[in-house]
Design a protein around this ligand. Structure first.
Ligand SMILES: [Zn+2]
Length: 280
């Protein structure tokens, strides 16, 4: 069933677990996410960013995700990840997305707040959930290579200002994670998560959830994270399994079944880390 992500996230906060949010890049990754969530009786957030929508075909991607979510036996939210424009937010809301993220974190705080406020308005009109970001959630190169662990972290005072003034439903502060795979374990600032969680009162989102050691994910959830984003690890599992499978199996539907299983194993592990199994 297709739901706004805030329903899933509010329940998760009450139950002291998190909802995993997986990026999909094609049909078999999408299917692996949904079938594993069903097997694990877990709520799940399906997400895709404008960059991938453009690459794989926006209309088809939205349609397949929406239909798969509707048919799912567990609650599924369909989320637009990292949109830096209101045009994509409007597009997503018109194409069945139940949750949208504006990423204006590279802009000055006032502009970030203004875009977040507009996103809230657009999302609410459709009964959808909104997400905004503050600080710099790096690519792998940034903080790790400069050796400055505080570089780009969200400031708690600014976080409170952004959430209060925009009315955003969910909030992604930069707390030391990065997108992509890590060269070294990330330096997550857990006390910052705890501090922001006590200030802002909306569900918190952890970006860059691929490659973070398991105990760090658990600790982040304990400190207040309600949504854990995972994209890269699914892509890696897909590529590895596809390469191995195609050596002996060239029938697409047979190959895809094996690949779905490999991606599903990663999904299952992240669901268990989030503690969302059995919560649907
Ligand atoms: Zn992200």
């Amino acid at each position: 069933m297709l739901e706004p992500s805030i329903h899933l996230l509010n329940k998760a906060r009450q139950g002291h677990y998190a909802v995993p949010a997986f990026n999909f890049h094609n049909l078999e990754i999408l299917q692996a996410i949904i079938e594993t969530a069903e097997k694990q009786h877990s709520p799940v957030i399906l997400q895709i960013s404008p960059i991938y929508l453009e690459k794989i075909g926006d209309i088809a991607a939205a349609a397949m995700a929406q239909e798969a979510a509707k048919a799912a036996k567990v609650p599924v939210a369909l989320h637009l990840d990292h949109s830096n424009s209101l045009q994509w937010i409007e597009w997503a809301l018109a194409h069945g997305f139940t949750s949208v993220m504006i990423d204006a974190s590279a802009l000055p705080l006032d502009e970030n707040i203004a875009l977040a406020r507009k996103t809230v308005e657009l999302a609410r009109a459709q009964g959808a959930t909104s997400e905004a970001e503050l600080g710099h959630i790096g690519g792998i190169e940034d903080a790790q290579e400069t050796g400055n662990p505080d570089m780009g972290l969200a400031d708690p005072v600014e976080a409170l200002k952004l959430v209060t003034e925009s009315g955003i439903d969910t909030f992604a502060p930069a707390v030391g994670t990065a997108h992509g795979l890590y060269k070294f374990p990330p330096n997550i600032n857990f006390s910052l998560i705890e501090k922001i969680c006590s200030l802002v009162k909306v569900p918190l989102v952890l970006h860059g959830g691929s490659g973070i050691p398991d105990d760090m994910i658990r600790e982040a959830i304990k400190k207040g994270i309600a949504k854990v984003n995972v994209g890269t690890e699914l892509k890696v599992a897909w590529a590895k399994s596809m390469a191995e499978t195609l050596i002996t199996e060239q029938e697409p539907w047979k190959a895809v079944l094996k690949v779905r299983e490999a991606v599903g194993q990663v999904v299952e592990h992240k669901i268990s880390l989030c503690g969302s199994n059995g919560k649907a």
